[in-house]
Design a protein around this ligand. Structure first.
Ligand SMILES: [Zn+2]
Length: 110
């Protein structure tokens, strides 16, 4: 029962390199509204960026969260953002974004 985007192997952040621009394009394509499902406000989402403080360009790339499974060494690689009004946190499976980037290369050069 292995889902794409999860693995018991060592986490390689390079495999999950998603730029801020690519993430915005994904959200534009997939989300019909930017309204928060919890509070109903549309005050924007604060997306977490920066995978490595050592790199000056890190803020241009989405932070990838490794959500560890308690029962095994597997994990779900995810992108997180919070509602600017109520702080609700939304997680997006990173492999879905990466699949979309691959499927629509003309829109995702950067
Ligand atoms: Zn909200």
């Amino acid at each position: 029962m292995t889902e794409k985007g999860t693995s018991a192997q060592e986490f390689d952040a390079e495999k999950f390199s998603i730029s801020y621009g690519q993430m915005i394009a994904y959200m534009d394509a997939k989300f019909p509204t930017t309204e928060c499902p919890q509070c109903g406000k549309d005050e924007g989402w604060i997306a977490d960026t920066g995978n490595d403080v050592e790199h000056t360009d890190a803020l241009e790339f989405m932070t990838i969260y490794k959500l560890n499974y308690v029962q095994s060494k597997a994990f779900r690689a995810s992108i997180a953002m919070s509602c600017a009004h109520c702080g609700s946190i939304r997680f997006i499976a990173a492999h879905k974004v990466l699949d979309w980037i691959k499927e629509t290369p003309e829109k995702n050069n950067g």
